[in-house]
Design a protein around this ligand. Structure first.
Ligand SMILES: [Fe+2]
Length: 135
């Protein structure tokens, strides 16, 4: 099942082009993960998850780098929420590894995709407003 709510939309733009591009690319990957053609193929799901985790880590590094550079006062709390998300993703991957079918893939796409949308709309937008005001 493709989850339309994971689609990129203008209300997700935070105004920092590098982060907007990365957010859009991550959402596209979560949508691919939820695609039934992929969800039924365990090896494809596992490979996509590995790629996705790598891309999420790279994105968090970029975002956190900008926070440190700009001395964003809420950096610690924001970084902590990134860590929590990665912990949850890794738990889902462990779950998937122990499951005979691909249900955990749709589950991870739904859960993490929604987390990402909320995170972009609230936490990332707050950081972007700070960064733009500082420039
Ligand atoms: Fe973030």
């Amino acid at each position: 099942m493709n989850t339309p709510s994971l689609a990129w939309s203008d209300d997700l733009v935070i105004g920092v082009p590098v982060l907007d591009r990365e957010h859009a690319a991550l959402l596209a990957m979560f949508q691919r993960l939820a695609d039934p053609d992929c969800a039924g193929d365990r090896a494809a799901v596992r490979a996509l998850l590995d790629t996705l985790v790598g891309e999420v880590c790279r994105h968090f590094d970029d975002e956190e780098g900008l926070m440190h550079e700009s001395r964003y006062p809420d950096t610690a709390a924001h970084v902590e929420s990134h860590h929590l998300l990665l912990k949850q993703v890794n738990s889902f991957i462990t779950l998937l590894d122990g499951q005979p079918d691909g249900w955990a893939a749709a589950n991870i796409s739904d859960f993490v995709g929604r987390w990402l949308l909320d995170h972009i709309r609230e936490d990332d937008r707050r950081f972007a407003a700070y960064l733009i005001a500082k420039r």
